[in-house]
Each structure stands twice: as C-alpha cells, then as structure tokens.
Design a binder for this molecule. Structure first.
Ligand SMILES: *Cc1c(COP(=O)(O)O)cnc(C)c1O
Ligand code: SF4
Length: 334
C-alpha cells in the first residue's frame, strides 16, 4: 500500500484527524507539560471508557494549566473510580424508552435515533460511558428498523439524530438515512445533536455541506460546547458554513464543576456562541451517571448561576436550565 503525505497547505481529512486523536493519557499530559498530574489518573474508569481527544481540541488547551477547563472534560481522573450513591448506569431511563433497537421515544412528536456509538471525543461526564450504544446503532441495519418505526408513527414529526455522534457516520450513510426519510411524508424537521463541529471542525467539509444543502427537511444542528475556550476561528468557519447551507444552529451545554460553574464563564459562552452564529438552547444539570459525581453542581448553585445569567444577558442568550428525569414528558426546568 502506498501512503500519501497530505500537502502541507491542505488540512488533513476529518477521517485522518479522527484516527490521529490522542488516546493515551500520558501522551496528553506530556503534550501539555503536565507530568505532575500523572499520579491522579483513573485506572478503572479509563479502561471501560478510554481517553479520546482530537488534536484540534488539544490545540485549544492551555499548556501547563492543570485546571484547564477543556482538559478537565476529557482527562480520566481517579475520582471516576469512586462509587457514589445515587449515580447509576442508566440515569435517564434510556433503556425503558427504547422503541426498537436504535430508536428512543420519550417525548411527544420527537423520536431520537441513536445513530451510532462513536464519538470523536470521550467526554468524562457523559451518560454514554455505560449505555450499550455501540451495539444499538440505528445505522447498523442500514436504518431499516428505525425507518419502519418512523413510518408507522405519524404522530412523530421530528427526527433527532444523536448517539454517539451522528456526524461520525460517513456522508454516504447519512444520505442513506435521509433518502429513507424522504419517503415518510409526516416528518417536518430533522435535528442533529453533534459535538464534531466543535471538537473536530474539519468534519464540516464539502461532502457534509452537500448533504445539508440537499435535505428536504429544515435542519436544526445542536452543537455542544461547555466553555468559551472551545470556540476558535475553526469553529467559527464550520458554523458559518453550516448556516450558509441552511442549518439553524443551537448549543447545549452541561453544567460542570470546575469547567463552567461560574457566571462569567457561562455569560462568556453565550456571547462567544452568538458571535459565531449559534444561540444557546439548554444548560443541562449533569445526568447522575456512575463515575461523574465530581462534576456535579448542586441545584441551589445552579439556580443562582442561572439567575445571574438572566441579569447579565439579553433573554435570548440565556439557555434553559433543565434536568433530564426518567419518566418525565420533557426536560424538566429547575
Ligand atoms: C432530549 C431528548 C429529546 C429532545 O428534547 P427537546 O426538549 O425537544 O430538545 C428527544 N428525545 C429524547 C429521547 C431525548 O433524550
Ligand atoms: S455523546 Fe457527546 S458528550 Fe457524550 S462522549 Fe460523545 S461527544 Fe461527548
């Protein structure tokens, strides 16, 4: 096999960047001059849910700062191995709401396709660390089960792609889905929940933009940034291209101790998102998932932070503070 070296001016393809992600915590800490943190690494948590960080995301971390808010989101710390009461494996009732493999139906009018189990980044606070999403992907049977379920449920008019990260799928696999959706007349909106435009902005390439432009349904893209330092000129370009292709852009964040539990940081996130063409949507209280308790912010502080945001920002830049609770018909406002 001949391996070609990409010309220096051309950015590497997103698939190449995906493969080149850092997966070794020691390499990550050395790259940031943080050898001092080596003894605090997790053992068990890191084995079951390994480190994974695209280099484009690493580039936004501050060298030599053990408290860097981006690093904290991805570094498997020994805190994860603690067992904490109230933190379980299926915190938000996903298993109970599975309609058919790969389809979760919790809320009226909306169905969520667990498109795939893959993500470009492994976020330590994520519910995905335990749910068996990998075996459940709706794309696995070329979407047949999910499409049949949607066709049989005329009350569902919005399809959400989530995961995992749906944009980790190839453009061809996405096209296969939307060709199928075209044959279901009661659908009115398509929504994609993705962290790729933030953590690996080159995913928003010509192929993906062609897919967006070719959609027959209005597209809402909910990106996921938790801290303003996650946004840079590359994310701005990705968002601008998506908007130019017709997508509406929203952001969801998770309230995380040591990352964004600070009114100035949250206000800065809203301001930076708006400057890049994205409106804040949700600020989620953490799902109580085993291994994530060290990220929890108590509800009283969460409410104070949210009130502070209301004072500081125009209403349209204040995200809705919610918690997902198993069995509830919507994300519950705090
Ligand atoms: C969060 C979620 C949705 C979307 O809820 P919105 O409030 O419309 O953003 C839909 N389905 C499932 C299963 C969800 O978890
Ligand atoms: S689903 Fe989202 S939050 Fe969870 S690991 Fe993937 S990118 Fe991170």
């Amino acid at each position: 096999m001949i391996t070609a070296t990409p010309a220096p001016a051309q950015p590497a393809s997103w698939q190449h960047q995906w493969r080149e992600a850092i997966t070794d915590p020691v390499e990550l800490l050395r790259a940031l001059d943080l050898d001092a943190l080596l003894p605090s690494l997790a053992a068990a948590g890191a084995r079951s849910f390994p480190l994974r960080v695209p280099r484009a995301f690493l580039a936004r971390m501050r060298r030599g700062d053990p408290a860097d808010p981006l690093l904290r989101q991805v570094l498997p710390l020994a805190d994860e191995d603690r067992v904490v009461a109230g933190y379980g494996l299926d915190a938000v009732g996903d298993l109970a709401s599975r309609a058919v493999p790969g389809v979760l139906h919790k809320y009226q009018g909306r169905a969520l396709l667990v498109a795939t189990g893959s993500c470009a980044v492994n976020c330590r606070y994520c519910f995905r660390r335990h749910f068996p999403y990998a075996e459940e992907g709706a794309a696995a049977d070329r979407w047949r089960g999910a499409l049949a379920w949607l066709a049989a449920h005329p009350d569902v008019d919005e399809v959400l792609l989530s995961g995992g990260d749906p944009w980790s799928l190839s453009d061809a696999r996405l096209q296969e889905l939307t060709d199928g959706l075209r044959r279901i007349p009661h659908l009115r909106r398509l929504r994609v929940h993705t962290r790729l435009p933030v953590v690996l902005p080159d995913r928003v390439d010509a192929g993906l933009l062609a897919w967006v432009r070719g959609l027959h349904l209005p597209l809402v893209v909910v990106v996921h940034a938790n801290h303003p330092a996650e946004l840079d000129p590359a994310t701005a370009r990705a968002f601008a291209a998506l908007r130019a292709a017709g997508a509406t852009l929203l952001n969801q964040a998770v309230l995380l101790q040591g990352v964004n539990d600070d009114p100035k940081v949250l206000a800065g996130l809203s301001e930076s998102l708006f400057a890049q063409g994205v409106l804040p949507y949700y600020l989620h209280q953490l799902d109580r998932v085993a291994g994530t308790a060290h990220f929890a912010v108590d509800d009283a502080l969460a409410r104070r932070l949210h009130q502070d945001l209301r004072r500081r920002l125009p209403g349209y830049l204040v995200p809705r503070l919610v918690r997902e609770e198993a069995g509830q018909p919507y994300k519950v406002p705090l």
